[in-house]
Design a protein around this ligand. Structure first.
Ligand SMILES: Nc1ncnc2c1ncn2[C@@H]1O[C@H](COP(=O)(O)OP(=O)(O)OP(=O)(O)O)[C@@H](O)[C@H]1O
Length: 595
């Protein structure tokens, strides 16, 4: 199985700054934990007073009451501290999830695709949840456990420093042994989270391809791949658990040896008067109390690795520059900081000037491409499959940036347009005709700040022949699409087209808008596009010659280069590759399609 390809920027742990965001709850949790720790540390000293009172035939009632108050206060403070910490933790997880979602949707398309939808979802869900352990352990548990252990050792040193040396010796040996066992935990936890990301990625992709998987009876085959990722995650988790499983028993062993050593040494120390019976009782209580914070420290470091590994994976996403943060050159300002200038009214709608673009491959997808699109009318981009047509549209929309040359929209280089401004001017119907999960209305109004009235929505639906279809949906315009109620492929395509038609953009990009339409709807689309092109530029990619033959201007491209341009009749007369395209369609679908 392959791990997800790495995102571009190495991980840093800036995300941990989030820990301090909910200061009120974090500080309250720390103060309450200090109170709980103080109470826990004081109890054995009060026990010593109880023993002394009993030995001196005094009433121990006062000391017992004090002990009860301290123990209760400690318990309540510990509970409240844990609650405050949980609140701070959950708020942090919430903020991180919101940041990941916002950031992932703003990543450049190639980066988002490379990361993978499932991987990004895993970082917003399971990785983010792991941050709780960084907060729970890192903010209070580890510091308080260290504080408790050190303070306990100090008090024990005051009670009897020789017996303390026995304790320190045995626990040091235990710590060394634990160090050997937990050394590989970080590696195992990182492997576990990478496998979980891989699992989410495979699962998401498989659910997206469910009809194909079912049609090819590939459920078992695909399940095996997903199960393989789950198995890798489980193997890594078990490896980490195996190492961690030794922590508590080794600490217990350390405590046993310490107890034996202390009991053996106590005879001499009591006989010499270095410690009295009450002091010895307190010393033993402290020794019994010591093992809990020490175990917590040892386990805490191991669990902290899990949170830190998740933090690194989250940071990897957040450190990848968004589209707005990307710059044209190293010293250029980020796109979001570019000055807002109005489009040039005299300029062409789109101008490609010797544009070269590679999808990270040796061979350019667009190779020195130059052509222009006038301010009004339909320009069609035709060429064989893989010629670079979609890449050209993606360059206009600013999804991709040219490696060299320039793409100008309304007279301005796309590298120098603030993206939201560019995309206000350019509407795009992409090949996937993707609808968001939401109502028909939400799909039509996507990206609009002010809602449109029902009449406007029905008009646009009528223009793509969908008015009756939508009227017959259970809740009409308010029917949620995508789950129980859905449309056919061609209907989805027309709904996506209707969304594009509602835009006020000066340039409209249509990628294969007729690929799933019957001849009636194709003819309707041609009329709609012609109407649209009366006052704006339409740049359309289409394989069907019947769709493009009426275009004002046709640009023929192959292997990322412009071969020729002109009207259908001009190209039919002089452009051999265009003639071949037309002839190819005439032989496959009949002369009517090719004209
Ligand atoms: N994400 C990608 N990663 C790598 N190569 C890609 C990617 N997208 C496209 N290409 C390559 O770039 C070239 C141009 O692809 P593009 O999708 O622009 O062609 P097209 O003319 O739109 O094809 P079609 O008509 O089949 O949709 C092809 O060789 C393709 O394999």
């Amino acid at each position: 199985m392959t791990a997800a390809p790495p995102l571009t920027v190495p991980p840093r742990l800036r995300v941990l700054r989030q820990v301090l965001q909910d200061r009120v709850n974090t500080v309250t949790a720390v103060l309450l934990a200090l109170l709980a720790t103080g109470a826990t540390l004081t109890v054995p000293l009060v026990v010593r007073r109880v023993v002394e009172d009993i030995a001196a035939h005094r009433s121990p009632a006062g000391a017992v009451l004090l002990m009860t108050v301290l123990a209760t206060t400690g318990a309540i403070a510990a509970a409240l501290s844990a609650f405050c910490l949980a609140r701070a933790g959950e708020r942090t997880v919430l903020t991180v999830r919101q940041r990941i979602a916002a950031h992932a949707l703003r990543l450049p398309l190639p980066e988002a695709r490379r990361a993978g939808a499932g991987e990004l979802v895993a970082r917003a869900t399971s990785d983010s949840a792991q941050l709780r352990s960084v907060i729970d352990i890192g903010v209070t548990q580890l510091p308080m456990a260290c504080l408790t252990a050190v303070a306990t050792l100090v008090v024990m040193g005051f009670l009897d420093w020789v017996l303390l040396l026995v304790v320190v010796g045995t626990f040091s040996a235990a710590a060394l042994a634990i160090g050997v066992f937990v050394r590989g935990v970080r590696h195992s936890t990182a492997a576990q989270q990478a496998a979980l990301g891989d699992l989410a990625q495979r699962f998401t992709t498989a659910l997206g391809a469910l009809p194909t998987i079912k049609a090819y009876r590939a459920e078992a085959q695909v399940t095996a791949g997903i199960a393989g990722c789950a198995e890798t995650a489980a193997t890594a988790a078990v490896a980490a658990a195996r190492r961690q499983a030794f922590v508590t028993p080794i600490m217990g062993l350390g405590q046993q040896f310490a107890l034996i050593g202390v009991v053996m040494g106590s005879g001499v120390r009591l006989a010499s008067g270095a410690i009295d019976v009450a002091g010895f009782a307190a010393f033993l209580l402290y020794l019994l109390q010591l093992v809990a914070p020490l175990t917590l420290v040892a386990n805490g470091f191991a669990r902290l690795q899990l949170g830190l590994a998740a933090g690194a994976r989250i940071e990897q996403v957040l450190a990848t520059p968004t589209e707005d943060q990307r710059t044209a050159t190293a010293d250029a300002p980020a796109r979001s900081a570019l000055p807002v200038a109005a489009p040039d009214p005299g300029a062409r709608a789109v101008e490609f000037d010797r544009v070269v673009f590679r999808h990270g491959t040796e061979r350019p997808a667009v190779d020195g491409l130059s052509f222009t699109v006038p301010r009004r009318g339909v320009t069609a981009l035709v060429g064989p499959s893989g010629a670079g047509k979609t890449t050209a549209l993606d360059l206009v929309e600013g999804f991709l940036l040219p490696d060299s040359g320039s793409v100008r929209v309304l007279g301005r280089d796309t590298m120098r347009w603030p993206l939201d401004r560019l995309r206000t001017q350019v509407a795009y119907l992409d090949q996937t005709f993707a609808l968001i999960e939401g109502t028909v209305r939400e799909n039509l109004e996507l990206g609009r700040e002010t809602p449109l009235g029902d009449a406007a929505l029905r008009d646009v639906l009528a223009s793509v022949g969908l008015d009756r279809v939508v009227a017959e949906l259970p809740l009409g315009l308010d029917t949620v699409l995508g789950r129980g109620d859905d449309l056919s492929g061609g209907q989805r395509q027309r709904l996506a087209l209707a969304r594009t038609l509602l835009s006020d953009a000066s340039v409209v990009l249509l990628d294969e808008p007729t690929s799933q339409l019957d001849s009636v709807n194709e003819s309707r689309l041609r009329d709609t596009v012609e109407r649209l092109a009366r006052d704006r530029a339409v740049l359309m990619v289409a394989h069907r010659i019947s769709t493009v033959r009426g275009a004002d201007h046709i640009v023929v491209i192959d292997e990322g280069r412009r071969l020729d341009s002109g009207t259908h009749d001009e190209l039919l007369e002089r452009c051999v590759p265009y003639q071949e395209l037309v002839r190819g369609q005439a032989t496959t679908v009949g002369a009517g399609a090719g004209g």
